[in-house]
Write a protein that binds this ligand. Sequence first.
Ligand code: GLN
Length: 509
Amino acid sequence: MKNLLTTQDELSAGKTTLQDIVDQYIEQIEDSNGTVNAIVSVDKENARARAASIQKKIDHGRAGKLAGSVIAVKDVICEMGKQTTCASNILRNFESVYNATVIEKLAAEDALFLGRTNMDEFAMGSSTENTIFGPARNPHNTEYVTGGSSGGSAAAVAANMCGMSLGSDTGGSIRQPASYCGVVGLKPTYGRVSRYGLVAFASSFDCIGPFAHSVSDAAILLEHLAGVDPMDQSSADRPVEEYSSALQNREKLTIGVPDEFFGDGLDPEIRTIIKDQLSDLETEGHQLVPIHLPHSEFAVATYYILATAEASSNLARYDGIRYGHRADFDSVEEELKKEQIALEKRLEVAAGKEHEELVEKISKADSPLIRLYKKSRTEGFGTEVKRRILLGTYVLSAGYYDAYYGKAQRVRRLIKQDFEEAFQDVDVIVSPTAPTTAFKLGENQDDPLKMYLNDIYTISANLAGICGISVPAGTHSNGLPVGIQFLGNAFEEKNIVRAAHAIEQLHNR
Ligand code: GLN
């Protein structure tokens, strides 16, 4: 695959046109999306028109820095006039009325947006199976999942349906599918990229980031995604560095190797692949340092308390009134009437305690509005989203708040401190991206705990708010890609792209 800089050279030399490039991607989508199911909507007309107008700018030497990039966008990031469904029935027909800041920023540099990608509903999941569009399939073997929740964005790049894509990472949703699909995926530091226009899942974790074929493309895209935004108070007011120039920096890195990330549960073959890469890096002069992250064993539990708590509150806005799916009001009224008649019939013959209970039940019956909320949400949300809302509401409830939510906040701080200490001595921390390669479709569907454990190596970065990247490290004997992850301290994206680039170069030798 050609990287963006090569494509740009060819475009300015007149060796190809942006219209041709877009047509090739569209052809690829038409050929393979029927099986891979990475893309949920394509805007061919618009894309072709925009290609023509950007091509004109290229011809006149006036094109922006991302001219030549063709990008697919996870269906959780708002693009004006396009459907933003979050793969949920509750937003099935929702059309965004504004652009996310990232869309504005990339468009200003002449990026072209080709289509929207499949995902787990509201970004909750690790396989892109929790989706109204049907599961995405791994381009390396279509019996296997893409990973998730940004599985469509990872698979679209892997299957050459676009040059790059955008995803979101709340607990690993960029890095894990990047690893499963054999592409590069980067989660920036929390606050590095504006979240304005990203539909919220867990606001203190959510990050938008790039998928690409190469580290250099991911670095260039990040340069244009990053930056403070008055529309997002949690975005960081710090200068944006030239991540792509950092790749030229040949200084050796100090790489922390935490035993906690190489223990039980890790596929032995993945361990060998990662260890081999590390010894190659050592041969090249990079330094490996054993480190400890003592609280990492609590990361998954902590995340599933805090992220579900935030999700239960964020998802309260979907009430079927202002936008999104609304249950049929007539049937709601009919249902209530039937229930009332049934209760009153029972009341006529009831006595004693039963009578008292029925009187109370009747007095507490839903109003039509409350029942409309309930029914709209029952019909609108899928099973996993409902599970998260229930968990989140439970951990926030009066009697359990301190025991769960409060305690998890304190553990989050300890996990963050582990990283702060480790980064005093090392530039980056290395680990596998995921404990296994992609699993078979359906394999973990009935076992949410097993599904949650997929994120064991990615989640701590979101708890600590630091950055991470997954880059292809090799191929498993089962034929599926294996990713290696580098974590960097907050706002040290330069270091992780350099480390990932070093791995990429081992493979290009
Ligand atoms: N798999 C994790 C979850 O289900 C992470 C999701 C994400 O990063 N959006 O919550």
